[in-house]
Structures are given as C-alpha cells and as structure tokens.
Write a protein that binds this ligand. Structure first.
Ligand code: ASP
Length: 407
C-alpha cells in the first residue's frame, strides 16, 4: 500500500525527532541532506514567483481585476496580522513570562546586522521597485521581483496578440518549474527528517529551561491565532473545514516548520493550494508569493510577545499607548521581515527602538529563537494559505469539495 505524502512527511518529522534525541550531536551527519532539500526548494523559488505571477495576471484578464484582488488580499493580510499581534499582547499580559525569568540582563553581543536599525517604512517602499531586476533575482529580493512580474504581466495583457509568444513561453516555464517542484516534494519526507534530526541533535532539549515560560507564551498565542482566528476565517469566510484544510496543506506546514523559511516553502505552499485545495492558478500565483513576502502573522505576534517579555525582564512597565506602538511597529516589522530564517529576530530591533527598550534584550532570546522561528514560520505559511483560500472564495471560486479525498 502506498503511504500518502503528508503521512510520509509526518513520519519524517517524528522519526527525525527521535533520531536527534537518540544520536545527540551525531545526528548532525544528516544536516547536509537537509541543506540539499532547502537548496532544491530555493532553486525554484525565483522562477516560480516570476512565472506564477505573470500567468496569474494573464489569467485575470485585466488590470481592474488585479486591483480588486489586490484590495481583498491586503485587507486580509492587515486584519489577520493585527489580530495576531493583539492575541500576542493579550497572552503575554496574562502570563507575564518575564517576571519569572531568571536571566542575566547584562550586555549581550549581537550580530552586526542587528546593531542598529531605524524605522524602515521608506526602505520597504524603496524595495518594491528594483533598480535592476536581475540583481533582485540574484539577491532574492522577492518584493522587487513581485512588482516586476506584475508589471510584466500587465504589459503582456496590454499588448495582447503580439505578445502571445512571450505569454506562452512564461506559461510553459511555469509548467516546467511546477514539475520540478513535484519532484522535490517527493524528497520532502527525507528532507524534513534530516532537518529535524540534526536540529534536535545540535541544540538538545535542555537549553530551553530558563526560557520555558516565554516559549510557552509564544506557542500558546500562536496556537490561539491558528485555532481561532485562522480557523474561524476558514469556517466562516472560506466555508472550509480547518481539519481538511490543514491535512491538505500539511506538506507546506511541515516544510515551513523544518526549514524556518516562508520563501523556501513557497513552492510547496503553491503546489498544495493548487493541487490539494483547488485554488485557481491566478489566485495562488498572486496571493501566495505576496503572502510569503509580506504576510507574517506569526512573526508579528512573536515580535509583540518578545518585546513585552524583554520589558518585563528589565522591570519596565509598558503603558497602553506603548503597547499600541508595539502593535503597530510589530505589524510593520513583520511586513519588512524577509521570509528567511531569523528575519523576525532582526526586525525586532525596530520594535524595541520604538518604545526605547535596550537592544541588548535580544541577546536573551537568541538561545531559543530557532525553535520559535519554526513555530512562527508555520503560522506564517498557514496564514498565507488561508488567505489564498479566502480570496478565492471572495472571487466566487469553488475550491475542491471537502469530501473529495486528496493525496
Ligand atoms: N522565518 C520566518 C519566515 O520565513 C520569518 C521570521 O524570522 O519570523 O516566515
């Protein structure tokens, strides 16, 4: 009997966990296999973003539909991210993990790229327009690439018949990269196994003790967001069973969990949305790449909790106004964070600065960031996937029936 892919991936995670616990440091021998899996995913990200967005815009047929889709997508992103931050603040105010933490708050050495950061709304805006599209591709500046791809698609639409050859070429490029993604997905069970085993082997499970309550706070808040906000939206707006949905996007969730990167997970997310959930190409092509780049519910929530935790450890009270500032800057910082490992930790600097907290506080969080990154990235990807389904519903699409079994 053939075991379904999502079951295989689940087994990969569980086996990886056990293997890491049993083999301890020796489990790092699996690291190269995990790294190859991540590299394979990253290998197809740029062509997937470009070709899917262009094909998406072409399928939309006109620029007005693009505007309508964009408006719905942004409203979804903003409301869910704010809801996530709000949940994070509520939970951290109830649990107060920083009051109990027994931590040294003396200076910590921060990586150079964290030393200083000012509010970068203008940076984000500037990043949207790449000065060199090839540089944007090479450096993985997804926001710039997204912008270029949309403009490219619109130009193809405007030219019409004369640009048919180019449109066909991009469509066929899209088919090719999706086929490569199919093949990479077959390796996912082994990839997630290797990543989990080497991670658990490397960090062990004992390093977390002093930060256990803080970790629990972040995880509880992430769960509340996934189980109530996102699942609620699935039920009431998406008219979709959350359990069926999670089953169908499980390969993407597991990949997010083990790679810490929404962008590396993007090919899998798109594959699951199109093939398993039945969201059209035009909506997946638009909503998923944009989501992986700017929609990060988990990161925003995490940043709000982390900043409050640091304030609590330092014994500094945060007023309501300061908490509102935290909510707004955490939302902005999550938009600015790239969909790569630890990006949220770096943009945390902005949030700390907005309320005048010491940047050294970040040093307290480094030990457990990897684990929390795995959890928040999973929620980020779930948020992107729910967004695609919701927009597809709002556009009058009928994704696959609940009862139709899929792999
Ligand atoms: N790793 C996260 C992501 O790729 C970003 C973060 O560090 O919060 O979605």
């Amino acid at each position: 009997m053939k075991i379904k892919l999502h079951t295989q991936i689940f087994l990969g995670i569980v086996l990886g966990l056990f293997c890491g616990i049993l083999l301890r440091e020796n489990a790092v021998i699996f690291q190269p296999i995990g790294d190859v899996f991540i590299r394979l995913l990253r290998m197809v990200v740029i062509p997937i973003i470009f070709s899917s967005l262009v094909v998406g815009v072409l399928n939309l047929g006109n620029v007005q539909s693009l505007g309508r889709l964009g408006a719905k997508t942004f409203i979804y992103y903003l409301t869910t991210t704010l809801a996530a931050v709000f949940i994070g603040l509520m939970v951290v105010n109830v649990i107060h993990p920083g009051w109990e933490a027994d931590l040294q708050v003396t200076s910590a050495i921060l990586p150079e790229n964290m030393q200083d950061k000012t509010l970068f709304l203008s940076d984000v805006l500037m990043n949207i327009v790449p000065e060199n599209i090839f540089k944007a591709m090479v450096e993985g500046q997804t926001l710039g690439l997204i912008f270029f791809s949309i403009v490219f698609g619109c130009a193809l639409l405007a030219i019409g018949k004369k640009a048919e050859a180019m449109a066909k070429m991009v469509e066929s490029l899209n088919d090719v990269v999706l086929r490569i993604t199919d093949w990479i997905m077959l390796l996912a069970p082994v990839g997630v196994f290797a990543l989990m085993a080497s991670l658990v082997g490397k960090i062990g499970l004992s390093a977390f003790k002093p930060l256990a309550l803080y970790m629990a706070t972040v995880i509880i808040a992430l769960l509340i967001h996934a189980l109530f906000t996102l699942s609620g939206i699935l039920v009431f707006v998406g008219k979709y069973s959350p359990i069926t949905f999670v089953k169908r996007i499980f390969p993407a969730l597991a990949t997010a969990f083990s790679t810490d990167s929404s962008i590396a997970t993007l090919p899998v997310t798109m594959e699951c949305l199109e093939k398993n959930v039945g969201v059209s190409k035009k909506i997946t092509g638009f909503v998923a790449p944009l989501g992986a780049t700017i929609n990060m519910d988990g990161t925003a929530l995490y940043e709000a909790v982390a900043v409050m935790f640091i304030a609590q450890v330092y014994g500094i009270d945060m007023t309501l106004t300061q908490q509102i500032i935290i909510a707004l800057t955490a939302t902005l910082a999550s938009i600015g964070a790239a969909g790569i490992p630890s990006a949220g930790l770096i943009t945390l600097v902005v949030v700390l600065k907005s309320v005048g907290l010491p940047l050294e506080g970040i040093g307290l969080l480094l030990a457990v960031d990897r684990i929390l990154d795995m959890c928040r990235t999973t929620v980020n990807v779930m948020g992107d996937a729910v967004g695609a389904l919701v927009v597809s519903r709002l556009e009058g699409e009928r994704p696959l029936q609940m009862n139709k079994e899929k792999a």
